[in-house]
Design a binder for this molecule. Structure first.
Ligand code: NAD
Ligand code: MG
Length: 398
């Protein structure tokens, strides 16, 4: 059997690098067809020399020119493409079997949709695509016979617990409830009064997972769990009431599925994204991931508790946005992307993130979004409003 051709959208990121690591362990099963990055020329060039993909794409045209020059100087055969067209080309190319969607944020939506329209097997890490355009995205997957496999560890865990079953409703599968676990991030026990003074470095120092900066801040605010709740509703046809969140500081149990007969199936594993990546890449078979198995005796103890919504207001805001539907989740995502970037640049405080989200969600007029064009328009409007908010706030000093 010839190896499956894989496109990795966002190959220079945390998920992208873990995906390449799994591929490297199984050269007879997978070959790298294309890799992409935003602006990291040097790292993409290094990946080109290691994996000899047919294409490499840079979202930035200026960086693509630089990469192309470097590739030609080294006499490599990889073709360099640029921009949104380049990303769509490598997501939908006839020769591609699998697309790993690992671009962070709204930038991942269009290339991931291109893969869905081309009927590809999509490994979805880019949860923001589902938060922005859940219904349209799921419809596109169904209409074009694409295959969608979740990479987010909790959703991959649920997928494994239900053996990849699909249904229009959770209850058709005899399921009462899905429980997503959350570590609680670096500020699980920080006195609430101190949260206003935490720094980006503190927010990005996640106790269990090594991740990109945006998702690290989202984990610290627990907006990440909110995005995951929305993601779970779309992936598993669940209502927000059917998805529960539990704090589990060890990040060993990733999700649990409760059946009507009282059975509860859980997925356990060490917190390393190569586990869900390998499971999705080989599904329904199994391959090694490079991650060692669990030693329960060494772990000795697993703890669970209810999330504190006063400490983590972003969680409640996400649940409300999912219940409202339509524009609300687009606003939630766009406002959060702007807020996180502003926090990382030290323009606003960590505690400003939920204030900004709440204010923009309160002002948004809800309606259904019938096209991707309408989603992108609302995304732009919400970003502009959020940027104005940041400008006003940071202008007034921290
Ligand atoms: P990261 O910041 O480490 O990497 C992001 C990748 O996207 C990079 O390759 C970057 O070049 C590319 N990129 C950024 N902006 C872009 C743009 N405008 N256009 C094109 N490409 C762009 O992020 P990550 O931690 O790997 O996360 C990627 C996605 O996976 C996110 O949606 C995140 O929520 C999700 N996810 C990550 C983890 C994790 O452990 N890191 C776990 C679950 C889900
Ligand atoms: Mg997750």
């Amino acid at each position: 059997m010839s190896p499956q051709a894989v496109t990795i959208l966002g190959s220079t990121g945390s998920i992208g690098k873990s995906t390449l690591d799994v591929i490297k362990q199984h050269p007879q099963r997978f070959s790298v067809f294309a890799i992409t990055a935003n602006t990291q020329v040097e790292l993409l060039l290094e990946q080109i020399t290691l994996f000899s993909p047919r294409y490499a794409v840079m979202a930035s045209t200026r960086c693509a020119e630089q990469l192309d020059k470097n590739v030609r100087e080294l006499g490599l055969e990889t073709q360099v493409l640029a921009g949104a067209d380049g990303l769509a080309t490598v997501s939908s190319h006839d020769a591609v079997d699998v697309v790993m969607a690992a671009i962070v944020g709204a930038a991942g939506l269009l290339p991931t949709l291109a893969a869905a329209k081309a009927g590809k097997k999509i490994l979805l890490a880019n949860k923001e695509a589902l938060v922005m355009a859940g219904q349209l995205f799921m419809d596109t997957v169904r209409d074009h016979d694409a295959e969608l496999l979740p990479i987010d560890s909790e959703h991959n865990a649920v997928f494994q617990c239900i053996h990849g079953s699909r249904s229009d409703s959770l209850s058709d599968l005899g399921i009462n409830k899905i429980t997503l676990t959350a570590s609680g991030g670096p500020f699980r026990q920080t006195p609430i009064a101190q949260l206003r003074d935490v720094t980006p470095e503190m927010a990005c120092a996640h106790p269990n997972w090594s991740m990109g900066r945006k998702i690290s801040v989202d984990s610290a605010s627990m907006l990440n769990k909110g995005l995951e709740l929305i993601e779970a509703c779309w992936l598993f046809s669940a209502s927000p009431e059917q998805v529960d969140t539990v704090i589990h500081p060890q990040s060993i149990v990733h999700a649990l599925v409760s059946y009507i007969d009282g059975s509860v199936l859980a997925h356990l594993g060490n917190p390393d994204m190569r586990v869900p990546i390998a499971a999705a890449m080989s599904w329904p078979k199994r391959i090694t991931s490079g991650v060692k198995s669990l030693d329960l005796v060494e772990l000795a103890q697993l703890d669970f508790s209810k999330p504190d919504l006063e400490r983590f207001p972003c969680l409640q805001l996400s649940m409300d946005a999912m219940t409202a539907g339509g524009v609300a989740t687009v606003v939630l995502n766009a406002a959060n992307e702007v807020a996180v970037e502003a926090f990382l640049q030290k323009k606003i405080r960590f505690t400003d993130i939920p204030i900004l989200l709440e204010e923009l969600l309160g002002k948004s007029v809800n309606k259904n979004l019938a096209s991707i064009g309408a989603v992108l328009e609302q995304d732009q409007l919400a970003r502009a409003a959020a940027q104005q908010w940041v400008f006003d706030r940071s202008g007034a000093g921290l």
